[in-house]
Design a protein around this ligand. Structure first.
Ligand code: SAM
Length: 160
């Protein structure tokens, strides 16, 4: 598969999975977490589809498009290895939707990172909440969910 095809699959799947997860969690009360701001495209989409939600963004260095930069009070700046445990103390198990797109271009590194971050993410997700990830995650209790129409298998994952 070309890099262009893989990129298109990831973008298409992120949108399909985020739309799906936002619909399924619409009846729950609680914040939403975006892990990895990057350019801010998925954050911007999440703001569009969940305008009523508090969306907290975890990022180590902000370099997003000005239209897609969260306000300071919604930004949790730092390495997720530190900020996710801090978020558990602050928010408890309340996040209704967590989206993670933290990876780079190296699949082995992304997998190692997903293994390390999974136990930090799992306790943050509210009962009935959903996690959408660009990489396979390694949870103790959360189960992989069926993908919605339009999502490409292995380009995006949903857990709940
Ligand atoms: N979803 C974003 C978008 O639509 O533009 C792209 C996210 S980009 C692929 C990954 C982001 O995760 C980068 O901005 C990077 O700085 C951030 N990141 C990677 N490792 C991190 C870590 N350990 N702690 C915090 N942020 C991290």
């Amino acid at each position: 598969m070309s890099r262009l095809d893989a990129f298109i699959n990831r973008m298409t799947s992120q949108r399909a999975c985020l739309d799906h997860a936002a619909r399924l969690t619409a009846g729950l009360e609680g914040p939403v977490f975006e892990l990895g701001l990057g350019n801010g495209r998925t954050y911007h989409h999440m703001c569009e589809i969940m305008p009523e939600r508090d969306i907290y963004v975890f990022e180590r260095a902000v370099a997003s498009h000005p239209d897609s930069t969260p306000p300071d009070e919604m930004l949790i700046l730092g390495d997720v290895h530190q900020t996710l445990p801090q978020a558990l103390e602050r928010f408890g198990r309340t996040a209704v939707l967590i989206h993670a797109d933290l990876g780079g271009h190296n699949p082995e590194k992304n997998d190692a990172f997903a293994r390390a971050v999974s136990p930090l993410v799992e306790p943050l997700l509210a009962k009935g909440g959903l996690m959408v990830a660009s990489d396979r995650m390694y949870f103790e209790n959360l189960k992989e969910q069926a993908l919605p129409e339009g999502a490409v298998p292995n380009s995006c994952f949903i857990y709940g």
